[in-house]
Design a binder for this molecule. Structure first.
Ligand code: GLY
Length: 351
């Protein structure tokens, strides 16, 4: 599975023209959501190569990353002459790139696709690495395939239109990348000022963060071993996210990841002696910028049930990626119900 290098663009239209020129598709289908169509697409449509292309628009939000929206995309492609030589361009956040990548990779057994990420969260994680999919029966990314994009393009200027919670959501995944990398990256990322966003600095940090992910995906594209490092914070995090949808109070993915990181660093502390002071640094940051996850102890069993269903599990044990220290990755770890409860108590402590 050949992975493309993610490109942080100076001029996304030029880079897109070049990427399309290399593919030479018979026809082009842009997938986007209503917001992105309004705020980001007009600039890209200046591209000569996009004249006369089809545009498929879907409702945004993770609750629409589902099989019904995918049916709509397949139906549009089918009714509007798409062939195996067509190209799909997914323009949007992780919801669009995940679902568009899945729709493209399964239509006629797979057409090429390009991701243009317009959100920080999508840029730092979903757009890169070839994981595609949709949610199903309340479980995150339950249906999907590994299938890398032909190109991944990022224009930091798009992030200027993001609100603060969406910047914070992306930043949480950058924190995760730093934690699995080196203490230098960890100190670097924690020194970023979340009160006044410096987009030039963000661009530099983002480039480093994407490289951390690319290095890992290159070694293990199908998540058989070291790619599991990228799941740090996500075993608890996905459960929190699913729980928030079930209770009708959805939280952004990165917020769930931030709270998931706190739980999994605490579990790392219990089991592998991960330094407490590093957890407290993150806990203070999380309290200030992410608030607390509204979790009641009556929801512990449901959280555990969601974690048990996680597709990352093997046999019937919950699979975690933990750290013995910053950058000291331990994959395929397990935990008892009591240890998981202790982590949830730690998360709620001080609420
Ligand atoms: N989001 C984690 C991965 O791409 O493996």
């Amino acid at each position: 599975m050949k992975q493309s290098k993610t490109k942080i663009c100076r001029n996304v239209t030029e880079d897109l023209d070049e990427a399309i020129g290399n593919i030479k598709p018979e026809s082009i289908y842009i997938l986007t959501d209503f917001n992105t169509r309004k705020y980001c697409l007009p600039r890209m449509l200046q591209s000569k190569k996009l004249q006369g292309c089809h545009i498929i628009t879907v409702a945004d939000g993770d609750e629409n990353k589902n099989i019904d929206s995918t049916l709509h995309i397949w139906e549009y492609l089918s009714r509007n002459g798409a062939t195996r030589k067509s190209l799909m361009i997914n323009v949007g956040g992780g919801m669009i790139t995940d679902m568009g990548g899945f729709a493209a990779s399964t239509f006629k057994r797979g057409v090429d696709y390009i991701n243009v990420s317009t959100s920080l969260l999508g840029a730092v994680d979903a757009a890169t690495g070839g994981k595609t999919g949709v949610n199903f029966l309340g479980y995150k990314n339950e249906i999907g395939v590994f299938s890398p994009a032909k190109s991944v393009l990022i224009d930091v200027d798009f992030f200027r239109t993001l609100d603060i919670p969406n910047i914070r959501s992306g930043y949480a995944e950058m924190v995760k990348h730093a934690l699995i990398d080196t203490r230098r990256e960890w100190d670097n990322i924690l020194s970023f000022d979340l009160d006044t966003i410096d987009f030039d600095r963000l661009k530099t940090l983002l480039a480093a963060s994407i490289q951390i992910k690319e290095r890992i995906v290159e070694q293990d594209p199908k998540e058989e071993n070291i790619r599991k490092a990228l799941n740090l914070g996500h075993t608890f995090g996905h459960a929190f996210e699913s729980l928030s949808y079930r209770t009708g109070k959805p939280v952004l993915h990165g917020y769930a990841v931030m709270w998931g990181l706190l739980c999994e660093l605490y579990l790392s502390h219990i089991k592998l002696d991960f330094p407490k002071e590093d957890i407290l640094r993150l806990k203070n940051l999380a309290r200030e910028y992410y608030g607390v996850f509204p979790l009641d102890c009556k929801q512990y069993d449901e959280t555990l049930e969601l974690m048990t269903h996680d597709k990352k599990n093997e046999s019937d044990e919950i699979n975690f990626t933990l750290l013995a220290g910053v950058g000291d990755i331990r994959i395929n770890q397990t935990a008892t119900k009591d240890e998981i409860t202790e982590c949830l108590d730690f998360l709620r402590d001080g609420q």
